[in-house]
Design a protein. Structure first.
Length: 365
């Protein structure tokens, strides 16, 4: 069964016709999926850049620019719905795995605020709360594992406001790390199927690493179930700044060199970026290992805008000694070549894993 993620304090709609809107510091990604007997299909798509500093650490600084970006994305994509699934991440979100006595979802709903008060470093009135029961803890009889998610109300409300200004209705708010998980299971990176897991020789730990412009989403899956999540502020912007310093050029010129003439980038700048990136990944792996040392991560699935960097999987694999590969959802989604630029989607696919995972919320049971 595919993980459904967590609706952070917002009601799930009766109609699951949703398009995904992923708003980041660099731009807006819109993805709408359909489903047939043969699998998933792309219904609508748009990518619209945002001005630098329109979004800073998940906070909307320039609401007019974001609203206009949404209008432009809608004009490009022409989606069939105005109902939106939105992703949140970074310091706007707190996610905790907690262990509680076995109880029904109804009983837990009545207790969740009391539990959250022990784990969330904000006033409960300042956050949206939600939870998902993962199941009984195999190592602790009578206990169950629960994912607790909290998101600052002001962040969600600000995003809802700009969406509404573009004529959109927010029906679902999900965490980027859960969208990453959903897309990764769809791509076959791991399976949560009990039969497939039982047939395996041993428990598998897979690290899902989504590297964006200034945020790394980490979701470690152990034996088909989320075992650890973390967001860290690091990403492609750090590489742009290294290029800017090394080549004594403007930020815009450094960004263009990174994307269009990567072969001209100083190896020293690239090395410094990878030293910082792998340090951040190792920090997350160490946190995970503190509680799961008997099941080390055996593979890393790389996605996000930085996954477009040449040979990034090889660089990470050699530096960490863990096998790595780049994930591309458009290897698993049928695209109408008369409607979309297939080559472009294949090329940009690794940067679209989170919005694709978010779009899969349309098909939750």
């Amino acid at each position: 069964m595919r993980s459904k993620g967590v609706d952070v304090g917002l009601f799930s709609p009766e109609s699951r016709d949703l398009m995904a809107i992923d708003i980041s510091s660099t731009g807006i990604k819109l993805v709408e999926l359909g489903k047939t007997r043969a699998g998933y299909t792309l219904k609508s798509f748009a990518m619209v850049p945002l001005p630098r500093d329109a979004i800073v650490e998940n906070m909307i600084i320039d609401s007019m620019a974001v609203s206009q970006g949404l209008v432009d994305a809608l004009e490009q994509a022409k989606p069939s719905t105005r109902q939106v699934a939105l992703a949140v991440s970074g310091n706007a979100v707190i996610i905790k795995n907690i262990s509680l006595p076995l109880m029904s979802e109804f009983d837990l709903e009545a207790e969740i605020e009391i539990e959250a008060d022990q784990h969330v470093p904000y006033d409960i009135d300042e956050v949206y709360l939600d939870f998902q029961i993962l199941g009984e803890n195999p190592d602790e009889p009578g206990q169950m594992d629960v994912v607790l998610a909290a998101c600052k109300r002001e962040i969600v409300d600000d995003y809802q406001l700009v969406l509404s200004e573009a004529g959109l209705t927010t029906k679902c708010v999900d965490c980027a790390v859960f969208a990453l998980e959903n897309a990764s299971e769809m791509m076959g990176v791991f399976s949560s199927s009990p039969k497939e897991i039982a047939d395996g020789e041993e428990e598998q730990a897979i690290g899902l690493i989504n590297i964006g412009a200034n945020l790394v989403n980490v979701n470690i899956i152990k034996n088909g179930t989320m075992a650890f999540v973390r967001d860290q502020f690091y990403g492609g912007q750090n590489l742009t700044e290294e290029i800017q310093k090394e080549h004594s050029i403007s930020y815009q010129a450094a960004e263009a060199m990174k994307k269009e003439r990567f072969h001209e980038v100083s190896p020293e700048a690239v090395d410094r970026f990878y030293v910082g990136l792998t340090s951040e990944i190792v920090r997350s792996l160490d946190f995970y290992a503190a509680n799961h040392g008997d099941h080390p991560v055996q593979h890393l699935s790389i996605s996000g805008g930085c996954a477009l960097l040449p040979d990034i999987a090889t660089e990470i694999e050699q530096r960490l000694g863990i096998s790595a590969s780049v994930a591309n959802p458009f290897d698993h989604i049928k695209v109408n070549k008369r409607k979309f630029d297939v080559d472009y989607l294949k090329r940009e696919g690794p940067a679209l894993v989170v919005p694709v995972g978010l779009a899969l919320r349309s098909f939750d049971a």
